[in-house]
Design a protein around this ligand. Structure first.
Ligand code: HEM
Length: 357
């Protein structure tokens, strides 16, 4: 006789409970729709992966909450972010499985779902909020915020999670970056001088090129002036209508990391920034894929949750970007030949010096 207390696959994973969680509405209504099982299972699989993403964010954010962030934790923060990215990639391709359902197959049970909608996924909202999508940035529907449209019990779940956002933590961590000003070295000044020198060189070559027609010369000169103004505005804090969400010191440090990414102490911070961009990009891809799938399934009909449907979803892909600042930084990179070399004392501080006395 099997010992009741011995662990088994089924007991460990609570398989019976898990498999008892699929209750198609169409069967309840007496007209079973074959594809509703797929619809339920795909959504439930999403919720499980959302749970894992939040689990990773818990540790990442608690590691990130320390000031300074422990050196030995930086590696696992990056590993956790990479894991989230891999999960998100899976979540994008998972839509392929749901797209084996035809729009006609979906119509067989869609009306039974109203007013339920993915819009009400509390875990999805938690992921967005934890990453750094703030309420004021969210698109409103019928002049209501996302929170206002949730049922009170869902709103409470969201409000119970009042952790700081990863974007805010990233900002604070970047703003503490040493090396941007070390002794006589000031990154901001050295970078600005390099940008001006590079743009002046371009301006001189445009001005002295006899083959260029006058109109072209003027257009090129205006473009260089504009680029100079853009670069100069980069470090001007709190400028009105700033396109940045991060603070000026954080942007400066992120740029420094991107420019000098090969320095040993910057390699892991650079990977961290890359991972955040991977996450932002893949989440955006999911939003776009989901919007396209919605168009395929219901055309431009409104959603069961009361939004305009695909129009709303496409707009979220554009507007709900979280780490967009990191992408914007690429505008300000310099080619290696224009990059000012770091002073020797700064280089030494940024190297791995094993075995030195
Ligand atoms: C036939 C398949 C699907 C259709 C037709 C569909 C339709 C929609 C529509 C129209 C919306 C906008 C809100 C509304 O008015 O209801 C929405 C939102 C949403 N759906 Fe889906 N969906 C489908 C599958 C999925 C799946 C598999 C997931 C995975 C969890 C999902 C998650 C979400 C989420 C998280 C939102 C909120 C997006 C936001 O507000 O940024 N949906 N869906």
């Amino acid at each position: 006789m099997a010992e009741p207390s011995r662990l088994s696959y089924g007991r460990y994973l609570k398989v019976d409970a898990l498999l008892a969680c699929q209750e198609p509405e169409s069967a309840r209504a007496g007209a079973p729709a074959h594809d509703e099982m797929l619809f339920i299972i795909v959504h439930q699989a999403y919720e499980l992966w959302f749970k894992q993403i939040l689990h990773e964010l818990d540790r990442i954010q608690s590691d990130f909450a320390a000031s300074p962030v422990a050196d030995e934790h930086l590696g696992r923060i990056v590993a956790g972010l990479s894991r989230i990215h891999e999960i998100l990639k899976l979540l994008v391709v998972q839509l392929d499985v749901l797209e084996t359902m035809t729009p006609a197959g979906f119509l067989e049970f869609r009306d039974l779902l109203t007013p339920a909608s993915g819009f009400q996924s509390v875990q999805f909202r938690l992921i967005e909020t934890r990453l750094g999508l703030s309420d004021p940035r969210r698109i409103r529907i019928d002049d209501q915020s996302m929170r206002e449209r949730l049922a009170p019990e869902d709103r409470e779940k969201l409000d119970a999670d009042n952790k700081p956002s990863l974007l805010g933590q990233l900002d604070a961590w970047l703003a503490r970056t040493p090396f941007v000003a070390l002794g006589d070295y000031n990154f901001r000044e050295s970078y600005r001088a390099a940008v001006i020198a590079a743009l002046k060189r371009d301006a001189t070559s445009v001005g002295s090129d006899p083959s260029l027609p006058e109109t072209q010369r003027q257009a090129d000169a205006a473009a260089i002036e504009k680029a100079l103004a853009q670069f100069q505005a980069l470090f001007e804090p709190d400028a009105a209508n700033s396109p940045w969400r991060m603070t000026a010191p954080a942007i400066e440090a992120a740029l420094f990391i991107a420019l000098y990414r090969d320095m040993p102490v910057l390699q892991l911070p650079f990977r961290l920034l890359q991972s955040l961009m991977d996450i932002d990009e893949t989440l955006t891809l999911w939003r776009l894929r989901h919007a396209l799938m919605v168009e395929r399934m219901i055309g431009v009909r409104p959603g069961t949750g009361g939004s305009s449907g695909s129009g709303y979803l496409r707009a979220t892909a554009e507007r709900h970007r979280i780490f967009f600042d990191l992408f914007q930084l690429s505008t300000y990179l310099l080619a290696a030949r224009d990059l000012p070399p770091l002073p020797e004392n700064v280089r030494r501080r940024m190297g791995f010096s094993y075995g030195e006395a």
